[in-house]
Design a protein around this ligand. Structure first.
Ligand code: TPP
Ligand code: MG
Length: 344
């Protein structure tokens, strides 16, 4: 299966899993879907039938709330039956709402932000110390997760011990749970001269910035990271992937609502499936509805949508005016939202 096909299937499973389970984080799943698809289709070395194979690359999902997409990627890569995805978040299921190491292919239970990356750094260090050079360690972090102090301590450590067997990936979707990053704790400097990638460079890392939805760019970045030992022999690599939260379903994009909301029965679920089917890659069959959903029960008056989505970007109307610095444009592909007020 190629990365485009895997990417489509991951998104399709995420719609189904969060819908059935009434569970969260589909926006977070969607922003990193293309990253995971590239990793599992083109980059990571693994044996799905022997998940503990000694020479496997290690992948740690440090933003462990985006569990549905990881489970979907693992199931489609052969670690466990795809059918099991239907049990996501059910009582007794091993597919817990935050990433669980009970699941074949998962290296570490995650969800407490900052921890997964710290453990990844420790694993890379241990591999170096024991002369175990047959594999790399990868960790996927959210950008909001970079607000955690532990992340920067681990980044210093990786530089100090020259962990060139380590690749961090930042899902730079500019959002965290209930707001934009800029409104919460900024990662770029106030003049826009030093961006997140520059911070990592200053910490001794090699930083590569890419469009996190461009499968070719992602693949090249990981190949470049693999070449690291030749070019800059001592440095760990970070791939800063610029992404859109909710990418793939127009009404979910760049809207804080979809951090926690699941696609409800009716127009939300139907329209999400319909839109995915507009771009189904050849050779892929929808495991849930092979011919997609043709007619979407979209509410006739927009008022219903607004009521239903009172928590969407407009929810910030209750904020004091000086806090409303950034405004979303939901339903568009525009990643850089309008700054509507000076940040003073
Ligand atoms: C240590 C810790 N604090 C708070 C949370 C609650 N929490 C869950 S998701 C989230 C936002 C994460 O934002 P980001 O890392 O940007 O991930 P995204 O959903 O945007 O991909 C927060 C604060 C947590 N899981 N762990
Ligand atoms: Mg984020």
């Amino acid at each position: 299966m190629n990365s485009e096909q895997l990417s489509w299937l991951i998104r399709r499973h995420c719609v189904e899993m969060t819908h059935r389970a009434r569970a969260s984080h589909i926006g977070s799943d969607f922003s990193a879907t293309d990253i995971l698809a590239t990793l599992y289709a083109d980059v990571l070395r693994y044996d799905a039938k022997a998940p503990q194979w000694r020479d496997r690359d290690r992948f740690l999902m440090s933003k462990g709330h985006a569990s549905a997409e990881l489970y979907a990627a693992l199931a489609e890569s052969g670690f466990f039956p795809v059918e099991e995805l239907k049990t996501f978040c059910e009582n007794g299921s091993r597919l817990l709402g935050h990433v669980s190491s009970e699941v074949p292919g998962v290296e570490l239970s995650t969800g407490s932000l900052g921890h997964g990356f710290s453990v990844a750094v420790g694993m890379a260090y241990a591999a170096k110390k024991s002369g175990d050079v047959g594999h790399k360690v990868y960790a996927l972090l959210g950008d909001g997760e970079c607000n955690e102090g532990a992340v920067w301590e681990a980044a210093l450590f990786a530089n100090h011990f020259r962990l060139n067997n380590l690749v961090a990936i930042i899902d730079r979707n500019q959002m965290q749970s209930l707001d934009f990053g800029e409104n919460t704790l900024e990662l770029d400097d106030s003049e826009g001269r030093y961006r997140l990638a520059d911070k990592w460079r200053a910490f001794g890392w090699r930083a590569i910035e890419v469009d996190g939805h461009d499968l070719n760019q992602l693949k090249s970045a990981f190949e470049e990271a693999g070449e690291n030992a030749k070019k800059e022999p001592h440095k760990p690599t970070v791939v800063v992937a610029n992404t859109i939260k909710g990418r793939g379903v127009a009404f979910m994009q760049n809207d804080v609502l979809w951090h926690y909301r699941y696609p409800h029965s009716g127009w939300e679920y139907d329209d999400a499936v319909r839109e995915l089917h507009e771009r189904i890659p050849s050779g892929v069959v929808d495991p849930y509805a092979s011919s997609g959903i043709m007619r979407v029960a979209r509410p006739e008056n927009d008022g219903e949508i607004v009521d239903d989505h009172a928590l969407s970007s407009s929810w910030k109307s209750s904020y004091p005016e000086q806090m409303r610095r950034v405004e979303a444009r939901p339903g568009t592909d525009e990643r850089v939202h309008a700054v509507i007020e000076d940040k003073q």
